[in-house]
Ligand binder design. Structure first.
Ligand code: MIG
Length: 659
């Protein structure tokens, strides 16, 4: 059951698709304080809080402070409060009565989940205006399901988007991209996609291709596709300011850009230097910008990733000028502790500056709003622009689309990746934990940069990351300029990775089935153990294992130099210790704690009692998978009872479960 309450005069976000009548009166379990702009709930000592999408720390969000304020922060340490997204749904799992709460408001929201007072859940709004949805059901999957019905069906990518993808910032030329494909082919490692980061563009201009580096992009796309590889270019939010550049000119003439205080198009910098920012809050802008994806679609592209859409801002022209002025004044001085730190913070404070976010304006639903009031919608609406455009530009096929910044509602148009993580063991674990929150918020198609984006990955970290992520829908190796090359072929023993990537492909019939069933039935694809065993406290407190679909529990090794780990089994299960798709041990384990060996290159997959796991022969890419080779590993269940879902992987899915 869902109850809808309104406080103040909320700005609508289009994140909800059901029309739930508004209730007046008290919200059961909550105390509202309009003066303090807070909503409070007293927690039981045993309460666990799930949700909030891609945030730092574990799956149980309790005892930390989370701030919904989409931020381009490339240091995801546990002391942070905000990352790229605002996914304002929490599920409070309580022995008394569990409930979900969706705080739908596009401004800044603080979730104080036992941070100030360990017994109190307090939500603070910058403006006391919000649509609140209280979701009740007798089970955790039931609450998740109700919520997902409220916000609408999750985005479904083409099937090839479940294959392995290789990315780097950046492969700069046709030749470099070809070399990546060649090396994978030579190693016999399956691959479905290669990502193009910002350098494929002409001077970082959206909807252009550097003609020197890619002289015939259409031909090149076709050639790569023949090899089974899809090219996935990046699109940035900022539009380069340049006379004669069509996107810039059209945006200016059409009034499609956000405005500064004087009513002029805002000038702020990102990659290309000075840029304008599309006002994605306006339907006209979305239509205009979305249609430009055609430029790449027409050349054979069928996937995109939207970046820098918090939006990230290096500096605004105005602020930069002020900083230069002040630095000029400081020039002659003897810089002591105060003036020296002023100097460094002058420069350090240029990027993503809160004041800048208060210095420009949108037109939204016919009204003018200062940016910060709507800040958290920007990435969502950029991605919506693309998603809506695809429906008319290519109604007959699915397009891969995922975004860095997001808000609930965006899950209907695209997936997310979790941004600039690092080649750290703790981020390997974080990447898994974030999947719990993302799934709960409807972002089923998601994943983190395998191997880590920043810093240098070692061969063992890379291996463990590929193992951990075996079931994550987005399975992409990505890393940044300046770091050690991270293609699997760049390590000393590329052949050691092959069995793991092959295993991913062998598991695709299961991954795709379970993903599609979760998407089409508004269910969870990956979920914490509590969703299945709410009465087992040990299961509830397990933070390093996840359920994937109906049959599987995963328990990855995420510590350096470890050759095994402890695993908690809430019930008897069959362990598959897999070295490859056709070389594994089957071990029956009883309920309880086990120390399980898993050398590098060995993956632990647990099959639940009464369930089965389909496996097919691996292939060079998803299109080449042969479903007639599927066989089932059974732990008491029968293959006939397993609901295998398959389709052509390209045609948009008609809804078989809803009218
Ligand atoms: O701040 O386009 O998160 O995946 O490689 C750098 C370059 C901008 C940030 C993205 C990252 C991408 C990078 N971008």
């Amino acid at each position: 059951m869902i109850r809808h309450y309104i406080i103040g005069e909320p700005i609508e976000t289009d994140s909800v698709v059901l029309n739930i009548p508004v209730e007046t009166g008290e919200i059961p379990g909550f105390v509202l304080d309009p003066g303090a702009k807070t909503i409070r709930h007293r927690m039981d000592s045993e309460d666990v809080i799930y949700g909030l999408g891609e945030t730092v720390r574990g799956m149980n969000k309790r005892n930390w402070l989370y701030i919904s304020n989409n931020t381009d922060d490339y240091m995801h340490t546990e002391g942070k409060h905000s990352l790229y997204a605002s996914q304002n749904f929490i599920l409070v799992f309580s022995p008394r009565a569990s409930f979900g709460l969706y705080v739908d408001t596009p401004g800044r929201v603080t979730f104080d989940l036992g941070y100030t007072d360990p017994d109190v859940l307090e939500i603070r709004l910058d403006d006391f205006d919000a649509n609140l949805y209280l979701v009740q059901d007798s089970t955790l999957p039931g609450i998740a399901h109700e919520f997902r019905q409220l916000v609408g069906r999750s985005y479904i990518p083409p099937k090839w988007a479940f294959g392995f993808g290789q990315s780097r910032w950046s492969y700069r030329t046709e030749k470099e991209v070809e070399e990546v494909a060649d090396r994978y082919q030579k190693e016999g490692i399956p691959l479905d996609s290669i990502y193009l980061d910002i350098d494929y563009m002409d001077h970082y201009k959206d909807f252009t291709v550097d003609e020197q580096a890619f002289p015939d992009f259409t031909d090149f796309c076709a050639e790569m596709k023949k090899r089974g590889i899809h090219l996935v270019p990046i699109i940035d939010a900022g539009v380069k300011m340049e006379d004669g550049y069509d996107i810039c000119e059209e945006g200016r003439k059409g009034g499609y850009f956000v405005k500064d205080e004087d009513g002029n198009d805002l000038v702020a910098a990102v990659w290309p230097g000075k840029a304008h920012f599309p006002d994605f809050m306006k339907p006209e802008t979305r239509k205009w910008f979305g249609e430009h994806y055609r430029f790449l679609l027409d050349q054979g592209v069928d996937g995109f990733w939207n970046d820098m859409n918090e939006p990230a801002i290096f500096y605004t022209e105005k602020h930069l000028n002020e900083v230069f002025r002040r630095i000029d004044e400081l020039k002659g001085e003897n810089l002591d502790i105060e003036s020296f730190s002023e100097l460094t913070s002058l420069v350090g404070g240029l990027s993503n500056n809160p004041e800048d976010y208060r210095s420009f304006y949108h037109t939204y639903m016919g009204k003018t709003y200062r940016h910060d009031k709507l800040h958290n919608l920007y990435g969502y609406l950029m991605t919506r622009a693309a998603g809506e455009a695809f429906r008319t530009l290519c109604p007959d096929r699915r397009i891969l689309l995922f975004s860095r910044s997001s808000y609930i509602g965006m899950h209907r148009y695209g997936g997310v990746w979790t941004g600039d993580n690092r080649s750290w063991w703790e981020h390997l674990l974080l990447g898994m934990q974030q999947m719990a929150g993302l799934n709960l918020c409807g972002f089923l198609y998601s994943g983190s940069d395998m191997g880590g984006f920043g810093d240098d990955a070692t061969e063992d970290l890379m291996m463990r990351w590929l193992e951990m992520a075996l079931f994550t829908p987005l399975y992409r190796n990505h890393n940044a300029k300046g770091n050690r090359f991270q293609e699997l072929s760049a390590f000393a023993h590329p052949e050691r990775f092959r069995p793991i990537i092959e295993l991913r492909y062998a598991l695709l019939p299961y991954i795709y089935s379970e993903f599609m069933k979760a998407a089409l039935r508004d269910g969870m694809y990956m979920m914490p153990l509590a969703f299945q065993w709410p009465d087992d406290r040990r299961a509830v407190e397990t933070e390093d294992q996840l359920l994937v679909g109906e049959s599987v529990m995963i328990a990855p090794v995420y510590r350096q130099n470890a050759s095994g780990r402890y695993v908690y089994l809430p019930e008897d299960m069959m362990l598959l210790r897999m070295r490859s798709w056709n070389d594994y041990d089957e071990i029956q384990l009883s309920e309880g704690d086990h120390y399980v060996k898993a050398e590098l290159g060995e993956v632990l997959i647990f099959i639940r009692k009464g369930h089965v796991l389909p496996l097919c022969h691996p292939a060079a890419n998803t299109a080449a998978l042969d479903y007639s080779t599927i066989r089932y590993i059974c732990n008491g269940g029968c293959p006939e009872d397993y609901e295998l879902y398959n389709d052509d992987g390209i045609t948009p899915v008609k809804d078989p479960f809803r009218a």
